[in-house]
Design a protein around this ligand. Structure first.
Ligand code: DAH
Length: 367
């Protein structure tokens, strides 16, 4: 119940001022004590309620009882009081919770907000993209292939016949329960990106110039420089009259683009089943400039990737689907490089595991 409106004894200015000041004080006090939407509604009913609101009472009891000469003064004060009450209500509705309610809340809105970290490319992705863009600049297109691969694409078509000892160097995980399938159809986690060479040639006749980045798997024990899962970028170029000097020129340019124009390259005889002749590419040591240091084991050179001229046996597999891969008419070169190895060289990282640990202190250095 509302407090009753006191009876007004006199209608002179001083008495009116006093009576209205007392009401205004009450209104302000109860407005200040409001602590939620229910209190605001109660305040509205108390003061502005049509039948039982206090202003209604004032108008009924005071205004009507006033002698005619006091009506004007009283009316002015009534209007002023109503404006004050309206204002208090408006403020309460617009301002949301009162100061008292806010003070009781546990949230300090002056504290700084939660900051979201800006994402950045992982150093492996960054290096992979950089390698790809060097070759894109030479007119190579970009392709991808499956990570779960058949024995045929991963080994047989790359000229690792069943039982060939070179298979042992690329041991991997094989999908279980495939005994009923023929060996060439059995699935495994690809050990290199080279099978995508064959997938590409089966899809398109020469000329081909393509780089293929991707993830590969090996049954390798993890150590400072080896990881059972890592990334490679494969390259393949096939056309008429592609020679070993095209291969040398292409890779020499790529190494200079990746490591700086003063880097030198040299090609050492090597063996890969899918290339003949094959070579390992070495670059002059980027740490000592070729003088010899701990990183290059005092040789001045660092071995970085494998390459060679596509073996005619590989073209023979491609020709089963695309007869234009006739080794008498076309030739080509291929190469494959490890992305982690290149990233480690470029950024001076000595532990390959750092790339996979997800430690922000390491990763945020590459932003
Ligand atoms: N596939 C090889 C490996 O994983 C790398 C490689 C060497 C790819 C020579 C090639 C190549 O295309 O010609 O060790």
């Amino acid at each position: 119940m509302n407090e009753p409106i006191p009876t007004l004894e006199a209608f002179d200015e001083a008495s009116l001022d006093k009576a209205f000041a007392a009401l205004e004080k009450q209104a302000r006090e109860s407005a200040a004590a409001m602590d939620g939407p229910e209190a605001v509604e109660a305040f509205r009913l108390e003061w502005l309620g049509r039948k039982q609101g206090r202003l209604n009472d004032v108008s009924g009891l005071w205004l009507k009882a006033a002698p005619p000469e006091a009506k004007k003064l009283l009316g002015q004060r009534f209007n002023a009081l109503k404006a004050t009450v309206d204002g208090l209500l408006e403020q309460a509705l617009g301002a949301g919770p009162s100061d008292a309610a806010l003070a009781a809340e546990a949230i300090d809105i002056t504290l700084p907000g939660t900051q979201r970290l800006t994402g950045a490319e992982h150093p492996i992705t960054k290096t992979l993209n950089e390698i790809v863009s060097v070759f894109a600049g030479l007119g190579f297109s970009v392709g991808v292939g499956p990570e779960v691969e058949t024995d045929f694409y991963n080994f047989e078509s790359m000229n690792f016949p069943p039982g060939h000892p070179a298979r042992d160097t690329q041991d991997t995980l094989v999908i279980a329960n495939q005994e009923r399938r023929s060996l060439r159809d059995r699935l495994l986690l690809r050990t290199h990106t080279s099978p995508v060479q064959m997938r590409t040639m089966e899809q398109q006749p020469p000329p081909v110039r393509i780089v293929i980045p991707g993830k590969v798997h090996r049954n390798d024990a993890a150590d400072a420089t080896h990881s059972p899962i890592f990334h490679q970028v494969e390259g393949l170029c096939v056309d008429t009259n592609i020679t070993f000097s095209d291969l040398k020129g292409t890779l020499d340019h790529a190494m200079k683009a990746l490591f700086g124009s003063s880097v030198k390259t040299r090609f050492f005889p090597s063996f890969f089943p899918f290339t003949e002749p094959s070579a390992d590419v070495q670059i002059s040591c980027i740490f000592c400039g070729g003088k010899g240091c701990r990183k290059c084991k005092n040789s001045g050179w660092i071995e970085l990737l494998g390459c060679g001229m596509v073996d005619p046996a590989v073209f023979a597999f491609a020709a089963e689907k695309q007869p234009a891969y006739d080794p008498k008419k076309i030739s080509g070169f291929a190469f494959g490089m490890g992305v982690e190895r290149i990233a480690m060289m470029k950024y001076g990282v000595s532990e390959i595991g750092q790339f996979y640990a997800g430690d922000m202190r390491f990763l945020s250095q590459f932003v």
